[in-house]
Design a protein around this ligand. Structure first.
Ligand code: MN
Ligand code: MN
Length: 469
């Protein structure tokens, strides 16, 4: 009896760790180390976009812009990328078949929950300089206090020059933070619900405490402005035209005694973006054109020019077709309709500390490989893109043929909650799309946790999909 049960369970959900040889295990850990460094150095969508471009160029990708401007022709095997405002990125490896036959597309998002600095952020209160923030994405606000925080981003001056900001990451950098009330005086606070124990308007960064000598009014604020002027040549009004993001300071770390996991900021959805990027960078001359789409604004509904709802991807495919000498409107529509996509976003990993929110047979587990979600959504699958049974069958075959460890899951119990991704937006082109991704614990917390085996299986999954879909 026991044997029979074990056999059945293994077939539906196998443990990736058990299948690795010593040589493969080394590959798993080496790959994870590259990922750990990448997410430590690239915490914002701009940083992710820029570093992805640097790595793509090193792998032979050229800016599609140069083809568009010079009327240069693209041919099979050519590799190109195009950025959207420095916050989203599309990469392509041109295939041998005409584009109207469709593409194999990997998609993920590169924005993560964080605290954005407001446009008029700087003020002084009781001789402390404070920086006001407006949180971005779905966060539990109480998790963001008493942590070392860093400020990343750009300040663009009226003359168009851009100043890059990154404070809090180097060992000898200062860090910032948001204070919390001492337990001795927290009797009223502790009676509040989790949603209000720390409120949005209380997420104020403490920026400094030392006054500018000789100043009487707002001397600490003036000191901050003097430092900003001296170091970055910016003035207070320049905050108006800035994209400044406050994120947890410090690198991602190996997690666990066996170092089998990674704890890092922004793994939703850098873990899918990085693995998708690595997969397309490995591509040479595929039959079908391969694409990788790294988008912004997923955490606030995929809206805006750099989000998945934007025409950016469609327009870029049109440009690509034009450079291939194949453009017409009908063929563009066919190219999108005939495409297949893995839309990757993180899944909620089963957490033994919180078993009540999951249904065990349809949960994602650490070490059990890349996760496929036939659908996401909430309240009766609302808001989800449901992959057809036929498409799921094709995906299963590709995974099994390429010995990729995978599992299927839902995001929590029915009626417990739910979530959305970019899948349904790509599906508007009438292409086959499935939700997939890496399981994460403490999702949307400042430090999220993933399994190195799952990261590696995600990379293998994307490579297999680009090759065989
Ligand atoms: Mn998210
Ligand atoms: Mn996500």
């Amino acid at each position: 009896m026991a044997d029979k049960k074990d056999k059945k369970e293994k077939k539906i959900r196998e443990c990736a760790w058990e299948k690795y040889s010593d040589a493969e295990l080394k590959k798993v850990f080496d790959f994870a180390e590259g990922y750990r460094k990448f997410i430590s150095d690239n915490k914002t969508e701009r940083e992710n976009n820029d570093e992805s471009i640097r790595e793509a160029e090193a792998a032979g990708f050229k800016n599609l812009e140069t083809y568009i401007e010079n009327g240069k022709k693209l041919k099979a095997g050519d590799k190109v990328y195009l950025t959207n405002m420095g916050k989203a990125l599309a990469l392509f490896v041109v295939g041998k078949e005409p584009l109207k036959k469709g593409m194999n597309i990997l998609g993920a998002h590169i924005d993560s929950p964080r605290l954005d600095v407001k446009q008029v952020p700087l003020y002084e209160d009781t001789e402390l300089a404070m920086l006001d923030t407006h949180y971005y994405g779905g966060i539990k606000k109480y998790q963001w206090v008493t942590l070392p925080l860093a400020i990343h981003g750009v300040i663009v001056k009226k003359d168009g020059t851009s100043v890059s900001i990154n404070i809090g990451e180097k060992d000898d950098d200062p860090v910032f933070g948001i204070t919390d009330l001492l337990p001795h005086l927290a009797a009223d606070q502790m009676k509040k619900t989790g949603a209000t124990v720390v409120e949005g308007e209380d997420l104020n960064i403490m920026l400094g405490s030392m006054p500018l000598k000789g100043e009487e009014k707002e001397a600490v604020k003036k000191n901050m402005l003097a430092i900003l002027k001296d170091k970055y040549d910016v003035v207070e009004e320049d905050f108006m035209s800035a994209d400044l993001e406050v994120v947890p300071a410090g690198p991602a770390r190996d997690y666990g005694l066996d170092r089998s996991m990674i704890m890092g900021y922004g793994q939703d959805d850098s873990v899918c973006a990085y693995t998708s990027l690595r997969a397309i960078l490995d591509e040479t001359t595929p039959a079908k054109t391969c694409a990788c789409l790294l988008v912004d604004k997923e955490e606030i509904g995929s809206v805006g020019a750099t989000g998945m709802h934007s025409r950016f991807f469609e327009n870029t495919v049109a440009e690509l077709m034009n450079c291939m000498g194949e453009y017409n409107d009908l063929d563009l529509r066919r190219a999108l309709k005939n495409s297949r996509m893995i839309s990757s976003d993180v899944s909620a990993a089963y957490d033994p500390n919180y078993p009540s929110v999951n249904e065990k047979n349809n949960s994602a587990y650490f070490g059990k490989g890349i996760v496929f979600n036939k659908y996401t959504g909430a309240r009766g699958k609302s808001g989800s893109n449901e992959a057809t049974a036929e498409y799921v069958a094709l995906i299963r075959k590709i995974m099994d043929d390429n010995k990729v460890t995978f599992q299927t899951s839902e995001l929590g119990k029915v009626d417990q909650g739910g979530g959305g991704t970019i899948a349904y937006i790509a599906a508007n082109y009438d292409m086959e799309v499935i939700d997939s991704g890496v399981a994460v614990m403490s999702m949307h917390a400042p430090w999220e946790i993933t399994s190195k085996a799952d990261i590696y299986e995600a990379y293998k999954c994307y490579k297999a999909f680009l090759k065989d879909a």
